[in-house]
Design a protein around this ligand. Structure first.
Ligand SMILES: Nc1ncnc2c1ncn2[C@@H]1O[C@H](COP(=O)(O)OP(=O)(O)OP(=O)(O)O)[C@@H](O)[C@H]1O
Ligand SMILES: [Mg+2]
Length: 375
């Protein structure tokens, strides 16, 4: 049942210009994406951005207004679900309550009219694969939420489909189960090699699981990239804000493409902007990228702050810093290890020098961010 990864450079799944409206509402807006065989794609975005609708279109549960979909070279845009080659898992446990776990898994196999022994063997193999070899005789109500989702996963994989579709399968589970199950799903997906589309609005889940993340906003693609690309080089302030924690400093484009003015401060950035001088901008930096406790206060991109809040988060601290030079409206969030915290003797209300490394600053036009310019 192991699927060898395709050597062909043709995408396994092609979504081309798909649009879906409900009345006046555009749920999916001219969406195009190529997915390679064996890839794990996460569709990530806020509630209502069209993730489920897109997944349902791929499954044939929803008909697009325009656009085409190809799977393994075959056009499937208008095929009914039963003529497509996919397995699906939903957020809420969609197991048949009156069937045992084993019968649930066997469901899709029976409709293929396989011999009984072959079905029993396959069900045992799938139960083993999802780490529940002993629960075949139990009913869904006798299983925990996490166990039910594993059975749902086994059922979705039973016929060895070419495509696995998952719609927030972990979001109803408690945090600990969610974290362990996401790793298991990832491992299983790698082993089976099935091309997977995983819908989530949890950015951490997407970062941990995906080969590539598709960040969606209002039915459209905001950015596609590996987790590292999305986190380190967000294409827009929306992505920067949605994935991870990000600081936004309002300011203006400086006289050269490497400079930004924020109040009385001027920052150098290694990622040049192509904006006219004095264009309102936002300057971004991740909390963990701010260097704390700098000796040379005359160095570029260095300034002093006051520690306004300290949050203890176990392995590190999160600080709320007020920039002395920027008046009362601007704060920066910084993260610091416990050791560094001790070394620098950081306390509530203490003064702390910071440095914003030019290579880790990004500049966006303020109009893209919905954030007020100025300061
Ligand atoms: N059958 C439908 N009829 C009318 N509007 C719908 C229908 N299905 C979805 N919508 C609307 O389409 C938009 C996209 O919905 P969708 O369920 O795809 O979002 P989502 O990204 O999955 O959100 P969530 O994270 O909340 O699950 C929403 O505004 C939703 O209200
Ligand atoms: Mg949804």
């Amino acid at each position: 049942m192991e699927r060898s990864k395709g050597t062909s450079s043709e995408p396994y799944l092609r979504i081309i210009g798909v649009t879906k409206t409900f009345g006046n509402l555009v749920a999916v807006d001219d969406f195009s994406l190529d997915v390679m065989e064996g890839e794990f794609i996460c569709l990530l975005g806020p509630s209502g951005c069209g993730k489920t609708t897109l997944l349902r279109i791929i499954a044939g549960l929803e008909e697009p207004n325009t656009g085409k979909i190809y799977q393994a070279g075959r056009e499937i845009t208008h095929l009914p679900p039963r003529e497509r080659d996919f397995g699906i898992v939903f957020q809420s446990y969609a197991l048949f309550p009156n069937l045992t776990a084993a019968q649930n898994i066997a469901y899709g196999l029976q409709s293929r009219k396989l011999p009984k022994e072959q079905i029993a063997k396959r069900v045992a193999e799938l139960l083993e694969m999802v780490g529940l070899p002993d629960v075949g005789h139990k009913y869904p109500s006798q299983l925990s939420g996490g166990q039910q989702q594993r059975i749902a996963l086994a059922r979705a994989l039973a016929t060895s489909p070419g495509l696995l579709l998952l719609d927030e399968p972990l979001s109803a589970l408690d945090a600990r189960v969610r974290v362990s199950l996401r790793l298991e799903i990832k491992r299983l997906q790698r082993r089976v090699g099935v091309t997977t589309i995983f819908v989530t609005h949890d950015q951490e889940e997407a970062l941990v699981m995906a080969d590539r993340i598709v960040v969606m906003r209002a039915g459209r693609i905001e950015q596609v990239g590996t987790p590292e690309e999305i986190y380190r080089h967000p294409a827009t302030p929306f992505v920067a804000d949605f994935v991870g924690v990000m600081n936004f400093l309002p300011g203006y484009a400086g006289p050269t493409p490497n400079r930004v003015r924020c109040g009385s401060l001027e920052f150098q950035c290694a990622n040049p902007h192509d904006l006219a001088p004095d264009t309102p901008v936002v300057l971004t930096i991740r909390p963990e990228d701010i260097r704390l406790g700098v000796d040379d206060l005359s160095a570029p991109n260095t300034t002093t702050t006051r520690v306004e809040e300290i949050e203890f988060l176990g392995s590190f601290y999160r600080l709320m810093l007020r920039l002395e030079a920027l008046g009362d409206t601007t704060r920066l969030v910084a993260e610091v290890s416990s050791n560094r915290m001790r070394d620098l003797k950081i306390e509530y209300k203490s003064t702390l020098s910071i440095h914003l490394p030019p290579s880790l600053l990004h500049v966006y036009p303020a109009e893209m961010s919905g954030i007020e310019a100025g300061a």
